[in-house]
Design a protein around this ligand. Structure first.
Ligand code: SF4
Ligand code: SF4
Ligand code: SF4
Length: 343
């Protein structure tokens, strides 16, 4: 039995923010995954040859579904697990609805909670704001404060913009002062959103990573903040079980399932109809994973681009994240848009 599969449940398009770079079309029609779809999914998970099931709630704002929906959803997933399967729940939230009651619920199921924050107030609020222009920073700070009081702690998830390198030390300071235990980051990329904001450049992304690394390395006070992506890049596979970290071995342990039951190899491909590999209402997940379409995706995304084969980083990088390859050139045969050799 293979170890782990990470299923990202795109729970819907309902959100209480309207971030300028959102790829989830939250301003259009409102959808939420209905319980029959979740029950169908839960039944299919049980037949997967995976012992560790990681379910990440993401897409729209999952907490807008309310606690009773969430409690029922966890019950459904738990009750359908196979005899040798365990469930780890991850919740990725914008933080606006976080309160003691939500944190008590997450604590009761030992969920991993991650809150989006891109940097200090004005920086964060430039993109992360509501329809009426109110930034999320103040609420996120309050949410981090509440979350840090719980036994499970909290992580921050930052989207990297063109000038994020300037605020890397501020971001670390916020994490330290709010007792955040992990900092995740990812480049801002276009995802066909109506709110399209152009992708962060390779130079800017690289400057942010360097600034973050240098700030943390040079200062003991940040040593309690784990930055899994940096750890994975320096020693892939040695970190704790986690999401892909843009690392190929983990890439193929990820799937995204949306509110209609459509399945994608990764959340980033969501909305690109040609990358949809099936729907759980017409074909079980176990079959979808052995269908030609998914196998072809895996084969194509596994190929190390020709230009990468002589690269000293190829063993660790493998040509980079398949989405970052595909989004830039419409093919997996070119290196990642975020290839450091493009600098
Ligand atoms: S919090 Fe922002 S990025 Fe996330 S779904 Fe809502 S609008 Fe989109
Ligand atoms: S496509 Fe990229 S972001 Fe998605 S799972 Fe694979 S490595 Fe991770
Ligand atoms: S994407 Fe760039 S860094 Fe990665 S293996 Fe290819 S050439 Fe090397």
């Amino acid at each position: 039995m293979n170890e782990q599969i990470q299923l990202l449940i795109k729970s819907g398009t309902v959100c209480n923010l309207a971030c300028l770079y959102c790829g989830d079309e939250v301003s259009g029609q409102k959808y939420r995954m209905q319980l029959p779809t979740l029950i169908e999914l839960a039944g299919q998970i049980a037949s997967l040859p995976k012992s560790s099931i990681v379910v990440a709630w993401h897409g729209g704002e999952p907490l807008t579904a309310g606690q009773s929906y969430f409690i029922r959803a966890i019950e459904i997933l738990q009750s359908h697990l196979g005899p040798n399967q365990t469930l780890l729940t991850c919740v990725h939230t914008n933080g606006l609805l976080i309160n003691e009651s939500w944190m008590a619920l997450f604590e009761s199921i030992q969920a991993a909670v991650s809150i989006s924050l891109d940097g200090p107030d004005e920086f964060n609020d430039r993109y992360r704001r509501s329809e009426d222009g109110n930034g999320s920073f103040k609420n996120v700070l309050a949410a981090l404060h509440i979350a840090a009081e719980s036994d499970i702690g909290v992580s921050v998830s930052a989207t990297v913009h063109d000038d994020s390198w300037m605020i890397a030390p501020d971001l670390l300071d916020i994490c330290r002062s709010q007792r955040v235990n992990q900092l995740h980051f990812e480049p801002r990329v276009n995802r066909g959103s109506l709110r399209m904001v152009r992708s962060v450049s390779v130079m800017a992304f690289s400057q942010f990573v360097s600034a973050l690394n240098a700030t943390r390395k040079g200062n003991e006070i940040y040593s309690d903040i784990e930055i899994p992506t940096l750890g994975e890049w320096s020693s892939p596979g040695e970190g704790k079980p986690s999401s892909c970290m843009f690392c190929r071995e983990r890439c193929f342990s990820n799937l995204a399932i949306d509110w209609l039951g459509d399945v994608y190899p990764c959340d980033l491909f969501h909305g690109n109809a040609s990358m949809c590999i099936g729907n759980i209402h017409t074909r079980p997940l176990s079959k979808i994973l052995s269908d030609d379409k998914y196998l072809l995706y895996k084969r194509s995304a596994s190929v190390i681009p020709a230009i990468c084969r002589s690269c000293p980083w190829a063993e660790k990088c493998c040509g980079g994240c398949p989405y970052h390859r595909y989004m830039a050139f419409g093919t997996f045969e070119r290196p990642s848009l975020y290839c450091c050799r493009a600098l």
